[in-house]
Design a protein around this ligand. Structure first.
Ligand SMILES: [Zn+2]
Length: 247
């Protein structure tokens, strides 16, 4: 048992005065809960921060769900397992930038579901995604998201909300690929392009974003950068392909 999980168990035990045995079983035998770290401290004060990468893409002009409750409800049908008042809801800062973990996640869903040219990707999410839980903690430094096959659940961690909306959307697709049963990684890499793993799926999505009509140049640039990072680093057998090959 790792440190974070262990501390979570102690924390829960301290809070519970009845059904102690049941709580120990749930807290320590179920899905690990990571609820410590800088972002969890922010949760206490709602003093959220912009994404570190391309925060301008979280501007409310791209987040129409923030003023459209029906769209928000519709987006929640694509896999997110929490409600609108979780981890900051639709908190927006003085610059009009969506800053809460919940809001940044919904922005990613809106990009997938509402962008012309990405039809089909939203359907893929709805059909395959495990329930997606937001965590303010870290499973390990740099871990963006994790899918637990044992519990049919996907967790998003602090690094997820630091990344830009295009990257976040790509990781939602990647984790849905795990839930759909695509071949597993070898040390966080797909074995090869032909193996058809989650990174290949993520790259096909990012290429679709890069060439989607109607998206801003900043979105396309973000997709190109993310595509390059994954294509060059996430395959055991290098592919040699570039974004041009998907035009
Ligand atoms: Zn993965």
């Amino acid at each position: 048992m790792d440190k974070a999980n262990h501390e979570t168990c102690r924390f829960r035990n301290a809070l519970v005065t009845t059904n102690l045995l049941f709580t120990i079983l749930v807290g320590c035998g179920g899905v690990p809960v990571y609820d410590e770290g800088p972002l969890c401290d922010k949760a206490a004060t709602a003093d959220w921060s912009k994404a570190r990468m391309n925060p301008e893409l979280d501007h409310v002009e791209f987040a129409t769900w923030t003023t459209d409750p029906e769209l928000e409800q519709r987006l929640l049908g694509y896999g997110l397992a929490v409600g609108p008042d979780y981890l900051g809801g639709n908190d927006v800062d003085d610059d009009g930038t969506v800053v809460s973990p919940y809001g940044k996640t919904l922005n990613a869903y809106e990009l997938i579901v509402n962008t012309p040219g990405l039809e089909g990707w939203g359907d893929y999410l709805r059909q395959h995604s495990y329930p997606v839980h937001l965590s303010c903690g870290e499973k390990a430094p740099g871990i963006v998201a994790y899918t637990y096959f044992k519990w049919d659940q996907t967790d998003l961690f602090q690094s997820f909300y630091d990344r830009d909306v295009v990257s976040r959307a790509g990781f939602l697709i990647h984790e849905a690929g795990h839930a759909a049963g695509l071949p597993n990684h070898v040390n966080d890499q797909d074995r090869s392009w032909d193996d058809g793993g989650p990174y290949r799926l993520q790259l096909e999505f990012l290429a679709a974003v890069a060439y989607a009509p109607g998206l801003s140049q900043a979105h396309k640039d973000a997709a190109a950068e993310e595509f390059k990072w994954i294509m060059e680093g996430k395959f055991v057998e290098a592919t040699g392909m570039t974004l041009e090959d998907f035009r």
